[in-house]
Design a protein around this ligand. Structure first.
Ligand code: DON
Length: 312
């Protein structure tokens, strides 16, 4: 992951150009509507931010507008769980790509309730179970962790999205109960889902997310605060799993065309880690059939190409 050339100095202008190109694309894809509160978001939002390790921030479009982070929250949950659980976490969730949709249930029964990785919903629900079991107030601990990483105490849950996830969470409940039947959920399913839906329903902006995940580009040390968030081995592992599973069944294509550890969410956010440089975050709510942001993929791919950013 070394030897990535430093980008030229015109990053800010380039971001504006990339957002303009994305705006001109045809309106492909659709806003997630299986969580009805997400369907109310204006599909035309477009945001792009880069936060470099030295603290420089470049933005374009709606980079400061908070949106639902959804599955990007799984990166924060995993980081906390790896710290709390150590290697015992890997007895309950694996580190392989699933080759299935993020909310698929079939594989989980064949594989005896052990999810393929921590980024599909089943894996993130196991991670949520470990947090519920290890923290007396897991939701508060989660929020404080994210706020301190993003250096923004105003980050909070979107109550409408949280309620909507609970009301329309039958598939996640099915995943959780199936895993409970195999003994892989220890707390009550209601409690675990409550935490999982809560973390998915946090609102953050592109700048918040790019700043919050800086430690993944910096061997586990948070730029700006110098806090040791995790050790270099955990950083390596999280980035590796983002590379292989962060974009679900489109992770291969993303590695092929972009080549950066990344994580998408059905709120339309997409973060990409550039080791030794910084973090990119794009946001556009219309999703492709894999549940990844259509224009977000375009923006990250174009920016990475222009700046020559790839870990391969
Ligand atoms: O549980 C769900 O389905 C959502 N709260 C999160 C899914 C998600 O963001 C998948 N990412 N593309």
């Amino acid at each position: 992951m070394e030897g990535i050339p430093l980008p030229p100095k015109h990053t800010g202008e380039l971001l504006k150009d990339v957002v303009a190109q994305a705006r001109a694309l045809p309106n492909e894809g659709a806003v997630a509507d299986y969580i009805p509160a997400l369907a109310k978001v204006d599909p035309n939002y477009l945001g792009l931010a880069v936060v470099e390790l030295d603290g420089q921030v470049h933005t374009a479009g709606d980079a400061h507008v908070p949106f639902s982070i959804q599955s990007i929250s799984k990166v924060f949950g995993l980081t906390l769980a790896m710290e709390r659980m150590g290697d015992s976490l890997w007895e309950r969730v694996r580190m392989e790509p699933s080759g299935q949709a993020f909310n698929s249930i079939m594989q989980l029964e064949w594989e005896h309730g052990i999810p393929r990785n921590p980024f599909i919903n089943a894996g993130a629900i196991v991670v949520a179970d470990t947090l519920v079991c290890r923290y007396s107030a897991s939701r508060t601990a989660f929020t404080q962790f994210v706020q301190s990483l993003a250096q923004n105490e105003s980050i909070q849950v979107n109550e409408q999205v949280w309620d909507s996830e609970r009301e329309h969470g039958a598939r996640n409940a099915a995943l959780a109960y199936l895993m409970k039947s195999f003994g892989n959920i220890k707390a009550s399913v209601e409690h675990v889902l409550d935490h999982y839906f809560y973390q998915c329903s946090l609102d953050m902006s592109c700048v918040d997310l790019a700043r919050a995940l800086g430690f993944l580009a910096n061997r586990g040390v948070q730029p700006g605060t110098d806090e040791v968030v995790c050790d270099p081995r955990s950083t390596h592992r999280i980035n590796a799993m983002m590379s292989t599973s962060g974009m679900y069944d489109q992770s291969g294509e993303f590695a092929f065309s972009v080549g950066l550890p990344a994580k998408g969410g059905v709120g339309g956010g997409l973060v990409a880690v550039v080791p030794d440089y910084g973090v990119i975050c794009a946001w556009s709510p219309r999703l492709n059939p894999y549940g990844n942001s259509h224009r977000g993929m375009f923006m990250v791919r174009t920016l990475a190409e222009e700046l020559g950013l790839s870990v391969y």
